[in-house]
Design a protein around this ligand. Sequence first.
Ligand SMILES: [Zn+2]
Length: 65
Amino acid sequence: MSSSYGGTSAFDRLRARLDGQSYACEECGFVDEGGTWEAVTTGATVEYRRECPSCGTERVRLYRL
Ligand SMILES: [Zn+2]
């Protein structure tokens, strides 16, 4: 499924910024360099979720658009 957005959206910019960071799990300390955040938007906010591949803990970050 491809997005109908023609250009770079605010989501994409935020996600690119998050994806550029290495992610260290708060639970087990596993550092995941290559993972991606899954974006879920509710209109006024966007939620980025990421699951630790080592222990399965889900991390959520919330941003306002
Ligand atoms: Zn973990």
